[in-house]
Every structure is written in structure tokens, then in C-alpha cells.
Design a protein around this ligand. Structure first.
Ligand SMILES: [Ca+2]
Ligand SMILES: [Ca+2]
Length: 124
């Protein structure tokens, strides 16, 4: 989408491992999302690649509880939280993953040690 490359990694990792892997790509971080159009693109991408849910992307409030930031440092604007999220659970709900439920993808904060697949965004 735009001038970025998106890479889906099917091997499961915790949030830190996921971000570290994405940083090994040129200009890479766990994916940030900045518009409804980009979110639609990511939804299509995950649908076409195994109809995946349970995927890490780049949102976290580990630095300051309750203040979510993208790991690539870009400003937070667009969000697609599930109803009732973020609820800072489980744990502190430090890191956010994409969940597929009832045929739609939503954002949920969860335990950063959870092991999920990952979506990176890097320079094309
Ligand atoms: Ca939290
Ligand atoms: Ca939660």
C-alpha cells in the first residue's frame, strides 16, 4: 500500500521478537495503520494469505500505560479497536494484535508475551 512493502511471517513470536524480526527488513517495523484504506488493504492481504487472525502489528502502550504508540514512531490516528478494547487486559494489555472474529478483523490489546504471527511494513 503506498510505497511500502508488507511482509507476513507465519512463524509465531512474542511482540519483542516480532518487532526485532521486522527491523531486520530495510526500514522495517511491525506494521502501522494510518487510514481506513490502509486497514482495508491489510484486511485483504490477510484474507488472501490464509484468512489469518491472531497477528501482531506495531501498536503498543508499553512505554506509557494507556498511551498507544506505533513502533515506527508515526503518529496514531486511525484505529479499529474491538468493542470494549483497549481494556489493558490481560496483564497490562501492552501490545496490540489483530484478531479475526465473526468474519471481521479487530484490534485487541493483549499480553506482549503472547505468540502470534506477525505483519511487518518496510521500504518497498
Ligand atoms: Ca495497556
Ligand atoms: Ca484486551
Amino acid at each position: 500500500y503506498g510505497d511500502k512493502a508488507y511482509t507476513l511471517v507465519l512463524q509465531q513470536a512474542n511482540f519483542d521478537e516480532a518487532e526485532a524480526y521486522c527491523r531486520s527488513l530495510s526500514g522495517g517495523h511491525l506494521a502501522s495503520v494510518h487510514s481506513a484504506d490502509e486497514w482495508s488493504f491489510i484486511n485483504r492481504f490477510l484474507t488472501e494469505n490464509g484468512n489469518l487472525g491472531w497477528v501482531w502489528f506495531g501498536l503498543t502502550d508499553r512505554v506509557s500505560e494507556g498511551s498507544f504508540q506505533w513502533t515506527d514512531g508515526s503518529p496514531v490516528g486511525f484505529t479499529a479497536w474491538d468493542a470494549g478494547e483497549p481494556n489493558n487486559q490481560p496483564g497490562d494489555g501492552d501490545s496490540v494484535f489483530i484478531k479475526l472474529q465473526n468474519g471481521a478483523r479487530v484490534w485487541k490489546d493483549g499480553d506482549q508475551m503472547g505468540r502470534y504471527k506477525l505483519l511487518c511494513k518496510s521500504s518497498a
